[in-house]
Structures are given as structure tokens and as C-alpha cells.
Ligand binder design. Structure first.
Ligand code: HEM
Length: 448
């Protein structure tokens, strides 16, 4: 609840939580002012706060974020002499922005989707353990997390703990407790899952690189940089748990919401199948770039844009390093700014004809006009999500494979599930308690 209104007519308003004042931005033009103002408003402290709360030791925080590295060091080029924390962001960009490494990563996602999206692999998610309807939410979490894990860590992490992705699900559903620094006493379930995951990651990093399965470039390159400045195995495990989180948390949820919206708009299933058919040979997606192409698959693109518009509940957070004027209001140093994407996404003056409805046509009819600065599921400015290209491609691939390989039927009386708008986060909404949907999944038959 707003406790101290500092703005009116759409200006920022303020509220307080655990002693910190947050200013909330409600206008795209103010969000864009914040994106441009990287001197007074910073995302870095937020990242440091998060990783500290996740358990990174103070010595590792100092080594990673406060100590500048030599410009001429070996490893990843560092011509500006940045601390490793900044360099890791550049390494994320190197891995995730369009190029050779991004394509290699996406190929690994596709290999994993092909392997897992088979009827015989989903029986463990059924209600009755052996057969019957499956939980779409848990299914998406399961196959997506395994794919993200395989893409970054190969098969080795799964060999260490075959249930790593299941334990991650328990941790991830509660990981907002880290952001909001809920004392461990009240976050026992999350902490227990986190400890188990960190132990397995530590074991992973204690295995010599030459004995691990093939990984993403990023994983070994960042490990090498961390070892070069003396970061311990425990801290390496903590850092990579946050990497695992960024790869999987929003993506698994966005996949679920995309499937939920498609299944609840029955005419879309066939329309999308027709649109993507040419990308497949028999059972397999052989031409993924076909489904990424917005001119060849405009409906898939519109469903993607509309799904993210409706399912984003996250906020970009900025720390205020000096008093700053936004929207004519003074926002005071030491406090934080929140840009909740949901407020912008639900603006009826931009998303007309009822912004709360799933209407992918709005992106077909008006194209970029309804995006502008108002569509912000990936944040904006300097800290805009580096994984946005890979996220879009991986999700379009797995949704296409599901539509192509399976008939998914809703159980009788199923309604569109409700998201949990009450749980704070950085990205996509989880499910409200009791809203899990149980869908019947069967294989389609193919001539090819
Ligand atoms: C639908 C999927 C995703 C959504 C909605 C999403 C959303 C976001 C948001 C809202 C931010 C904060 C931006 C800001 O505050 O300005 C962020 C940051 C980030 N995301 Fe994503 N993300 C997704 C998938 C991914 C994936 C798959 C990866 C990596 C493989 C990734 C890597 C990152 C990283 C590294 C950052 C931090 C950027 C920085 O420090 O500057 N994200 N994401």
C-alpha cells in the first residue's frame, strides 16, 4: 500500500518496506528517464544486495565487486579495468547476444527439448504417478529447467544429483524471500533447498573441467575468472546458483503462461500448428530460425508479446545514489526506485479494448505502436535482460515442439489459471495457490 504519495497525475508514488522507501514509477516516459540516468540510479547495488542475501561471503563480494582488475590480465579482455562483477555482465552479453555462442547455446536447448518432450518422459509429473492428467506448470518447470541446466552444465550436474531441477523448483518458488531478506527463521524451506543445491554445485566445480561433460562457454570462462582472483568453491557455487536462477526462473514460467493462453484460445492451436509446420520434419524441429522469423510466424510472435505483457509482474529496481528529479518530483538519495512492468502493461490508454484480456491480435493490428516504452518484461536501459534473445528463442522452440508433437486437452471445467500477483519478483508471475491446471497430454501421430 502506498504510504507516502509524492506524486499525483501519474507521477511516482512512494511506499516503505522493512525500513526502505521505494518510489514506484507508473509512466513509460519516467521509466525511460531512469533508463538513461545511469549515474545517479544504479542496478549494481541491487545485484550485490541480492547475491549477499543469497549467502556470498563478504570477501567474495569485495573481490568481485569492489576490486578493479588489471587491464592487461589474461582471460576475458578487460580494457577498462572493471571489477569482475561488471566483467561477468559483459561475459553474459558475449554468451547471450546474437552470435556464435548464442547459437551454440540455443542448439543445446533444442537438443534437450527434443530429448525430453516425449510422452514416456512425462509420466513422473502426472497426478497419479503412472498416468493421467499432468500439471502444466510442473511439466514446463521440469523440462525447461533440465534444458537450461544441460545448456550451461552439460549432463554432469544431473549425474551428481538427478533431482537437482526438482529441488530447484522448491527453491525457486520461494526465492523472492532472498530479495526481500526474509530472516532465515521464516524461510526454512527455501534455505534448506538452497543449501542442497549449493552443495551439488560445489561438487560440480570440484570436478576437474576436463572430466565434466561439455558446457556453455560462459560456465568455464567465469569459473576461470573467479578462480584467478581466489574465490572459494563455496562462493563459486553461490554465484552459479544465481546464474541457474536467471536462466530458468522466468523462462519456465513464461513457457507455462504461453501454453495456458494458447490452450484457452482453441482456435489458436490449429492456427499456430499451421504456421510452424514448415519448420518440422516428422517429429523434429529442424529449422528453428523459421519459428523465430516474425514475418513467417507472426501469430507465434503476437502470442509471445501478449503473453509477456500479461504475465510480467516483476519490477526493475534501482538504487538512488544522489537526489534525482523524475516526473517533477525529488526522489531522495539512499532510497530505491521500482518500475513495475505490470502497471505499464495494464494501461488501458495504451492497451485499449480491455488491457486485462489476452488479445494477441493487438500486436498484429498495431505492431510496435503498443510496445514502445510500455512493453517492458525485460526491464530497460543499461541493465536490460541480457538473456532476452535466448529466452525468446528457447521458449518459441519448446512451445512449437509441444504443439507439434502433442495433443493437449484441458480437463473438464478448466479455467484460465490465475497468476500470483502478490508475490514480488523480477520477472514473470508464478501461479496462485490452488490454480494449478491438469491437462491431458497424448502424442500426435505423424506420416513423416
Ligand atoms: C522470459 C524470460 C525472461 C524475463 C521475463 C527476464 C526478465 C529480466 C528482467 C526484468 C531483468 C532486470 C532488468 C532491469 O531491472 O532493468 C533481467 C535481468 C537479467 N536477466 Fe533476464 N529475463 C528472462 C530470461 C533470462 C535468461 C534466459 C537469461 C540468461 C540465460 C537471463 C539473464 C539475465 C541477466 C544476466 C540479467 C541481469 C542484467 C544485468 O545485470 O545488467 N534472463 N531479466
Amino acid at each position: 500500500m502506498p504510504s507516502d504519495a509524492v506524486g499525483s497525475s501519474g507521477g511516482p508514488f512512494a511506499f516503505m518496506i522493512f525500513g526502505t522507501t521505494f518510489y514506484v514509477i507508473t509512466q513509460a516516459k519516467h521509466a525511460s528517464e531512469i533508463d538513461k540516468n545511469t549515474e545517479a540510479l544504479s542496478f549494481d547495488e541491487f545485484v550485490q544486495d541480492f547475491i549477499r542475501s543469497a549467502g556470498l561471503s563478504e570477501s567474495a563480494v569485495q573481490a568481485c565487486f569492489l576490486q578493479r582488475l588489471a587491464k592487461e590480465k589474461s582471460g576475458f579482455p578487460n580494457p577498462s579495468g572493471h571489477p569482475l562483477g561488471i566483467l561477468i555482465r559483459q561475459m553474459q552479453v558475449h554468451q547471450l547476444h546474437p552470435g556464435v555462442y548464442q547459437r551454440a547455446l540455443e542448439a543445446r536447448f533444442l537438443r534437450s527439448f527434443h530429448r525430453q518432450l516425449r510422452v514416456e518422459h512425462i509420466s513422473h509429473i502426472t497426478q497419479a504417478q503412472t498416468s493421467g492428467p499432468i500439471s502444466m506448470y510442473k511439466w514446463c518447470a521440469d523440462f525447461f529447467t533440465r534444458a537450461g541446466e544441460y545448456a550451461y552444465f552439460g549432463n554432469t550436474l544431473g549425474d551428481i544429483d538427478p533431482d537437482f531441477s526438482k529441488k530447484f523448483y522448491v527453491f525457486d518458488e520461494l526465492s523472492w524471500q532472498i530479495t526481500y531478506r526474509i530472516p532465515k527463521l521464516f524461510a526454512k524451506k527455501m534455505s534448506a533447498a538452497q543449501n542442497t543445491l549449493q552443495r551439488s554445485l560445489k561438487t560440480y566445480f570440484q570436478i576437474p573441467q576436463s572430466q565434466r561433460d561439455e558446457t556453455a562457454w560462459f560456465t568455464t570462462a567465469v569459473e576461470d575468472e573467479l578462480r584467478a582472483i581466489g574465490v572459494s568453491d563455496d562462493d563459486i557455487a553461490t554465484i552459479f546458483l544465481t546464474v541457474y536462477l536467471t536462466i530458468n526462473t522466468n523462462t519456465r514460467r513464461a513457457t507455462f503462461w504461453m501454453m495456458a493462453y494458447i490452450l484457452h484460445s482453441p482456435s489458436l492451436v490449429q492456427a499456430l500448428r499451421n504456421e510452424i509446420a514448415q519448420a518440422f520434419e516428422g517429429y523434429d524441429l529442424v529449422n528453428p530460425s523459421y519459428v523465430f522469423d516474425k514475418s513467417l510466424c507472426p501469430q507465434l510472435e503476437a502470442v509471445w508479446l501478449e503473453t509477456l505483457r500479461l504475465s510480467s509482474s516483476g519490477s526493475s529496481v534501482r538504487c538512488i545514489n544522489k537526489d534525482t528529479i523524475i516526473g517533477g518530483k525529488i526522489l531522495r538519495k539512499g532510497n530505491k526506485i521500482m518500475i513495475p512492468s505490470r502497471l505499464l502493461h495494464m494501461d488501458d490508454t495504451i492497451y485499449t479494448e480491455d488491457s486485462s484480456l489476452f488479445r494477441p491480435e493487438r500486436f498484429l493490428d498495431t505492431g510496435n505502436r503498443v510496445r514502445g516504452g510500455w512493453w517492458r518484461p525485460f526491464g530497460g536501459g543499461k541493465s536490460i535482460c541480457t538473456g532476452r534473445y535466448v529466452a525468446e528463442h528457447a521458449i518459441k522452440m519448446c512451445v512449437s515442439i509441444i504443439l507439434h508433437r502433442f495433443d493437449v486437452r484441458l480437463t473438464d471445467g478448466a479455467h484460465l489459471p490465475q497468476g500470483d500477483e502478490g508475490i514480488p519478483g523480477l520477472g514473470i508471475m508464478g501461479l496462485k495457490k490452488g490454480e494449478d491446471t491438469w491437462d491431458n497430454v497424448s502424442a500426435r501421430s505423424f506420416d513423416g
